[in-house]
Ligand binder design. Sequence first.
Ligand SMILES: [Zn+2]
Length: 692
Amino acid sequence: MKRGISRRGFLKGSIAGFCLSMLYPFQRGAKGQGNPISPLFWVKNIPLQPFYPGEDDNHHAGVDALFQLMGENGLKFYRSLDETSPLSGPSGMIQSNDIVLIKVNAQWKYRGCTNSDIIRGLVQRILDHPDGFDGEVVIFENGQGRGSLNCDTSSAYGGDTSIHANANNESHSFLYLVNTVFNDPRVSAYLLDPIRDTFIGATDHVTNGYRTYENVSYPCFTTAGGNRVELLDGIWQGNGYIQNLKVINVPVLKYHDTGGSEITASLKHFYGVVSMSDGYSNFRHYNGLGETCGKMVVSVRTPVLNIIDAIWVSFSSLSGYPANTTYQANQILACQDPVALDYWASKYILYPVSNNSHHLPTPGGNIDGWLTNARDIINGRGGLYDPDSGILIETVTKNEQEMLPLIFTFSETVSAPYTPQGVTNGVTGGIYTYVTGGAISETGHPVQYSFDWGDGTNSGWLPVGTTSAKKSWTSVGTYNVRAQARCANHTSFLSSWSEPLSVTISSPPSPPTNVQASDGTYMDKVEVTWEASVMATSYTVDRATSLSRRARKTTLGTTSEAYFNDTTAVPMKTYYYYVKASNLYGTSGFSSYDAGYRSDGRPPPPTNVQASDGASPEWVRVTWTASPEATSYTVYRATSTSRRATKVAIGTTSDTTYDDTTASIGKTYYYWVKASNLDGTSGFSAYDTGYR
Ligand SMILES: [Zn+2]
């Protein structure tokens, strides 16, 4: 199936940092002067779900954006006379009959190996060649004895020997891509581990093994599709070589040993193709690293493209494990110049994540050392320019001034949701529902909503299809409720905020305090008074006939004053009065009660009864506060407060003082007073003790 890149329209982005009309990146200098610059193709903010949702589709949004960015800037992925797509042109890299080797990292698994989602997208794009693809794509790796294209290497994973690919679906190992996703005779895999100890001669075109070249080595093997690959020489045809052999180098960007290479990027990754059984292992790990890398790139086989996988960056482990040693950067960076590429990736992708100064290509540091050696070998042997293979770069550089980053950043416009709808005046503790909606992803993807409640909290992202959320504020205030939307498939793409809905949260008043009910003061009522509550506009008075929890409270009435007259009380019956305060926003709970009763005409018992305690040898003086409407008082005395002790009336007076001259000296008595008038006599006052 032929497909253009137009599907890329499902996501769009912006290209930054470069003006085509001023500088064409592949404009060559005069012969021998080298290319003026090394363009770096940098795709950022790749969606978390890079495959088109809902489609069984292998096109990877990041890979597609990369090839689009390259094509728009003169580096065509496809070599074809068909120029209808920006990916395609006569100077391109991949021909329809190429044998394309994709070098992956499969010495490790999990996030220590190359992201297989990228490989899936890359293989699909090769198969999409506009002239029809009838070559072969071979995913290959030399894991030096511990590689696995099934992503089940067992070292350094806490004993876990199961399959863990670096992919959104960890079952998608490289072999899974070949056998299940593509299942196409044009797509195969080759693991070099079993042949790395076999060395063959220059005329052996049958045995799978390695040939040495200077102090490096390169593999020669027959692919599943029957193509005889001899990496330095080309594709063996029985009587000679043809050069339809292309390598695409796809390293995962990560930490490597401190004091060694420090990082793995494109050079160190391609160097992994050599056999460590050739006797130069120690040399090339340290002093010879740059030389080995350079030689592999310039003299064995130049990758037509190096694509650094920085979807997951392992910033402090070689194995990409455990997960907290990895960071999801969602970027890829590609270049035909591996020296510029590794310089840029270390400084601008890995270092900002690791914050490890070993990861900077500082002059004199380890990275600078092998970059310098690789550069000198490559440029010293004439550079990389090979227009027949689509390699347009000439010399390589570690000079940042000679690098040109071309950036594509993904974005997806999601329109703002409408202003939230719901209650605009509420009370603390009230539970209110707010509704929003109307946000649309320009790509038609489902959206999710989130409410900001204006008090420093939010609803979190609601499930797709949910447009409402409940909120309860705890403090009085005015809050701006806003909504935001995001693409549910590409959650980094957010809408702007909706217009705010202003919500005023008020509080119901507190219960009234200091409730007082009159105790027989009036014959026509019980007067209930209280202290006004802040912000209250009205009060409701209830009464009960007992304090039992089951006693029913009866509402007597409502007033805006701070008192209420209960004219329905039965005289001499004790009631318990409660008051609630209200305003627009609600009603308080009940106040504390006070007991009160209505007089039947008799005066209320005297209050504040006091008996003297040894003040005089002649008497015990009893005093009290006058009761309203009383005309006389009778004083009672007992020798205990026991219920059976007899209260003896010892005298009557119209005054509020009585001297008991009959008390025995030194003996303690209990004194009560009753008040009387023409309507009758009150009950006993509270007692007080006294002695003569
Ligand atoms: Zn989306």
